[in-house]
Every structure is written in structure tokens, then in C-alpha cells.
Design a protein around this ligand. Structure first.
Ligand SMILES: Nc1ncnc2c1ncn2[C@@H]1O[C@H](COP(=O)(O)OP(=O)(O)OP(=O)(O)O)[C@@H](O)[C@H]1O
Ligand code: NI
Length: 276
């Protein structure tokens, strides 16, 4: 599906994020890990955001959710459903219309049973039943709900995190690396669920290192490098030798994936890969 056919849900333009830091004790300076980044998502569209570690993917997610640290400076324009996404609005929509699947399981409360955590934000009356349904859908046992985060495996915790994102009325899903530490079957299930969000009309931002998995469901791919957007291309452009990709950086990234080893042999040229 192309974004031109659908209504724009989210439009990020000229996003820069800086942190003021003290140097030499008292002198302050600002570093800018995100510089002039842009990305947009239409209703019902899945946009994968890929980029090397430290390129600024999580900061982008946190800026959209309004959960950047207090010393962060955020510039640029974030439009959501045609209106500026102010800090106040971010707070109102977070965990409701805008759903977040965080990168780290540390986002879970270590002192609260995981079942209870999944019930947060659900209608009080039906919360317990709905949580149990979500657990079943995510391959978790009913009895797991009584456990605390430290009593679950990494893979199980990721599934709990995922269950916290499924809320009625979700219009934008931001998933930050939802798949590491997950076995292939669960990976397929997560991709299927993200696809389901999109089929139900939500926009999905899928932040990941795993381009091949992302391409199974993504409509477009935004490539991030050093805090800026290098390229946004239709998922279909990621095929063959990557001739349809716009930048050399993305072409190198694509050709360096393990699946494309044979290309190096055919051309006899060594591919210098930007690492993901
Ligand atoms: N609170 C902070 N203060 C200063 N710099 C920060 C802060 N948070 C993040 N950064 C810097 O911003 C850059 C981008 O970080 P970010 O976590 O967004 O990367 P990422 O693309 O999500 O990486 P990964 O794939 O490893 O999760 C990094 O260089 C990081 O050091
Ligand atoms: Ni990250």
C-alpha cells in the first residue's frame, strides 16, 4: 500500500534532539544525536525504521511518545492526525491511541505482577478477562500472570510487553526492536500482530535491526544514519541487487546482508558494509 493512497497519520519533519551536557565541570554544551530527521506514516501503513546501533531510532520513538529525559531539547515539527503533537497531547495519547512496545524489558515494573501490568489501561470491569485472552494470544499461561518480571524468561517478557500494547482504539503503534531474543515461531506471531494492527487501520512504526523480517510486513523502510534520515523507500525496492534503492548507503546495507553473499562472489568485489 502506498502512503499517497492513505491519509497521513504521522508526519515528522526537521526533528532534532539535543542534550545539554556539562564539559569541564561548569561549561555547558549541547550535543545533537538527532539532526533534521524526517519520517511519515499513513493510516494502515507499516514503516520500518532501520539503522545502526546508536543511529537514533529509540530517541525518535521516545520523542514521539514524550518520554525523552528532562535535559533533552526537541526541535522540529511532529504532526499527528493533522495537529501538532504537543507534550500535553503526547501524555494524553500515550498508552491509549499511541501504543508503545519498548526496546527494553526494563520498562516493566519489577515490583508488579506481569498480569496486573497488562491490565493497566484496560477497561476495569473486563480487564482481567481481557488480560487472560491477551496472554493466551501471546502464548503465555494464565498462571504466568502471577509472576514478577524477574521470574520470566527474556522471550516471555517480550511477549508481556507486546500484550501491553494491544489496546482498543490504538491508532499508532511504535514498536522498538520487538523481536530480539524471540524464537522464530514467536517472531512470526509478532509480525502477524503488527500486520493486524495495520489491517485494522493503525499506523505502525517498526524499529528493527532485522531488515529481512521487517520486509515481510513493511510497506516502506526508512533508513537512519547518524541521527538523520538517509532514505525512505518502498519495501519493494529492497529486492535483487538493490538497484531501485536511492542511496549508495542503503544499497551497501542491502547487499551486505548475509542472504546476499552470492552477490559478492558474482561481482568479485568486496562489499564494505555499514554494520547494523
Ligand atoms: N540521554 C542521553 N544523553 C545523551 N546522549 C544520548 C542520550 N540518549 C541517547 N543518546 C545518544 O543518542 C544516540 C542515539 O541513541 P538511540 O538510543 O536512539 O540509538 P538506537 O538507534 O536506538 O540504537 P540501538 O539500535 O542500539 O537501540 C546515541 O549516540 C546515544 O549515545
Ligand atoms: Ni534503540
Amino acid at each position: 500500500m502506498s502512503s499517497t493512497q492513505k491519509k497521513t497519520l504521522l508526519q515528522v519533519e526537521n526533528l532534532s534532539i539535543g542534550f545539554s551536557q556539562y564539559v569541564k565541570g561548569t561549561q555547558k554544551r549541547v550535543i545533537w544525536p538527532i539532526n533534521d530527521m524526517h519520517v511519515d506514516i499513513a493510516e494502515g501503513e507499516i514503516v520500518a525504521v532501520v539503522g545502526a546501533s546508536g543511529s537514533g531510532k529509540s530517541l525518535l520513538a521516545h520523542a514521539l511518545l514524550g518520554i525523552l529525559p528532562g535535559n533533552a531539547i526537541c526541535l522540529g515539527s511532529i504532526m499527528y492526525r493533522g495537529e501538532e503533537l504537543t507534550d500535553k497531547r503526547k501524555g494524553q495519547l500515550r498508552g491509549r491511541e499511541i501504543s508503545f512496545i519498548p526496546q527494553s524489558v526494563n520498562y516493566l515494573d519489577p515490583l508488579m505482577r506481569v498480569g496486573k501490568q497488562v491490565q493497566i489501561g484496560l477497561n476495569k470491569k473486563s480487564a482481567k478477562a481481557q488480560q487472560e485472552r491477551l496472554f493466551a494470544q501471546h502464548g503465555l499461561n494464565n498462571s504466568d500472570g502471577r509472576l514478577f518480571p524477574h521470574e520470566l524468561s527474556g522471550g516471555m517478557l517480550r511477549r508481556v510487553l507486546f500484550a501491553t500494547s494491544v489496546r482498543e482504539g490504538v491508532k499508532l503503534v511504535i514498536a522498538d526492536e520487538p523481536t530480539p531474543g524471540i524464537h522464530p515461531e514467536a517472531l512470526a506471531e509478532i509480525l502477524k500482530q503488527l500486520k493486524q494492527f495495520a489491517d485494522d487501520g493503525a499506523g505502525v512504526m517498526l524499529i528493527t535491526h532485522d531488515i529481512m523480517s521487517a520486509l515481510e510486513i513493511a510497506d516502506r523502510v526508512a533508513v537512519i544514519k547518524d541521527g538523520t534520515t538517509v532514505e525512505i523507500s518502498e519495501a519493494e525496492a529492497f529486492e535483487g541487487n538493490g538497484e531501485r534503492l536511492k542511496t549508495e548507503y542503503t544499497q551497501r546495507l542491502w547487499r551486505a546482508l548475509p542472504q546476499h553473499d552470492f552477490d559478492t562472489e558474482v561481482t568479485g568485489k568486496a562489499v564494505v558494509a555499514p554494520c547494523l
